[in-house]
Structures are given as structure tokens and as C-alpha cells.
Design a protein around this ligand. Sequence first.
Ligand code: SF4
Ligand code: SF4
Length: 289
Amino acid sequence: MIISVASGKGGTGKTTIAVNLALSVQPSVYIDCDVEEPNGHILLKPTISSQKDVAKKFPKVNLNKCTFCGKCSELCEFNAIVVLKTDVMILEELCHGCGVCSYFCPEHAIEEIEKNTGVIRKGTVSSKAVTFIEGVLNIGETHGAQLIRHVRKEIIPGQINIIDAPPGTSCSMVASVKDSDFCILVTESTPFGLNDLKLAIQVVRSLGIPFGIIINKYDEKYLDLDKYCCDDKTPILLKIPFDRKIAEYYSQGTPVVFVMPQWKELFRQVFTNIKSIIQNHEIIVDERL
Ligand code: SF4
Ligand code: SF4
């Protein structure tokens, strides 16, 4: 089973939810796909047992073969290759390493070279009941999606895999949540939270993934969010009120389920609800076939 935890915006407590869920439904696999800023390790404090480099493909032009026809530039949908009269420039920040330019170059003037983009680290959390996996993007690298695709190859079939996705609705978020059995969208009780939640809902809906909401720092005076979820028939899985104690434990790097056992029960209940939503979703999809 793959459960991804995403949020329309940063700072909603997405990692806290992913970590506490992984600790509540052990044995589980926690996978940090927030490769630009992975911080699940701060809470889980895993013992790392292996680390491997991940390379991305990158085009290199042989100017001795190039006729400066401009075809590669025309075909690059990311505007990452610029053909001048006597030179070809690759804009590294824009290049997604898709290989289209080298495939279609009529002179075979472009070869794909490998460039180190980040690492994947694996380990276990002290109880050994949680497997820890994270991707860490190299400083200066701007595209996490390729690394995320490599990280996702580490998903362990037959186990409960909890994916901590990057915030926002970028291609990195899509690469992280794609093919999940369920997506938890974490939001907070503010107009900004609601606005970004709507965008995140659009993305997971377009991917056909069943989803539910966890509202962090729930404010019962802000009713727009509840009303939206009710009108949209979006299930609210959990409301976590602002609690100074929880915030203090978080700032000390302590998962709340370690010190407040009642939260472990609540996260287990969330997991039970998720399983029944997935089952109902499968029945609906079957009936449509
Ligand atoms: S398609 Fe090939 S030959 Fe044409 S400009 Fe690009 S690298 Fe040069
Ligand atoms: S590899 Fe893809 S993204 Fe990069 S320059 Fe070539 S066509 Fe553009």
C-alpha cells in the first residue's frame, strides 16, 4: 500500500503527519520525497545503513558534428537548449534530461552524459519497525523529479509505504504522489491554506487518487474550510487543534506519538478510515468498468 502525504503549501505540518502516521502503523516504510529539503530524519533519527549516488542524464553537444540546424532547440519543450550561429548552449537549470534533443539530432551530435544529482539514503528507526528512505538533492540542483522517480523505486511492495511529498503542486509533487493508493492532503485553517488546498485537490483528482484532508492547527472559528470540504464531499480524516505542547515537542524533534499515546490511536483510526475509503474507491472504479 502506498499512502502519500502532500500539501498545497509549505509549513502545514506535512512531515509531522507523515512521520507520526509511519510510527503509528508499524511495520511501515517512511519515504522522504521532499528531496530539496528532507527533514523527516530530524524526527525519526534513523540509523543509516546504506547510501547510493543517483545520476541524471544531461546532453552534451559535439560542435564538430553540429550543423547548427536548430532542430534540438525547436523540439525542447523546456526551452533548455539555445542554438547560436557557432555554438549551442544548454541551460542546465531548465533541462529535464528527457533525451529528446539527442534522439532527434540529425547529425548525432548530442550524447547523453551522466551527472550526479543527489543521493538515496536508507536505514531503520530504532525500533527497526520503520524502514527509513530519503532522497537528498545536491545543492544547486533545481529539478527534483528525476531523483524522486529513483527514490520511488525503493517502495517495498506488500508493506505500508508512507511517502512524504514536496509541498506545492509542482512536477516534483506529482512525481511523488503518482500511483499512490491514497493521498492525505494536509492543510491549515486559514484562507491561504484553503486556497492552496483547492489547487492540491485539483492535482490529486486529475491523477485519479482517492484522498482525504488532515487539518493542522485547526481553528474552529474559521468555518470556510469545513464548508468547502462538506460541499466538495471531501472527507476530513483528522482535525489537530493548535496545542502548545505539540509545538514544543516538534521543536525538540520529538514525534508526538512517542509522548502523547492518545495520538497514536488517532493516527491508527485515520489509517483504518483510509483503508475503507480505498476499498470503496476500488468498488466504484470496478462498477464503472
Ligand atoms: S539538432 Fe543537432 S545538429 Fe542541429 S543544432 Fe542541435 S545539436 Fe546541432
Ligand atoms: S534533454 Fe530534454 S530538456 Fe534537456 S535540453 Fe534536451 S530536450 Fe531539452
